[in-house]
Design a protein. Sequence first.
Length: 118
Amino acid sequence: MPFRRAALWISFSAAILMSPRVQADDIVLHAAKDVECPVAVTADKKWHVLKVRVSPDNTDGGRCRIDKEKTQRALTFAFRALAESGDPTRYESVFLGRIEFYKWLSRYLVVRARGHQD
């Protein structure tokens, strides 16, 4: 029984940590209130990570897709906001979340993988 409780606790914790909601410590750099697929870019100063958050709360069951241009635009606005803020933090990575929201990136990775010998 203790194993079941531990497994349940780990599952619950993972669900909370992987939630697309903005964390309390995150700084919102950009938020696009797109009706079909809202996108926000936040900065996590503690972990030196920029996070692209997609909130697929639309009526088609959350099947929104973020095209390459929208992703680039959101990141451009976020980097501009960082530059204007004077934040000295050096961000080392960008977290995109679920790849299913980025069909263009999925295709690119498949094409690149097919062309690789390993």
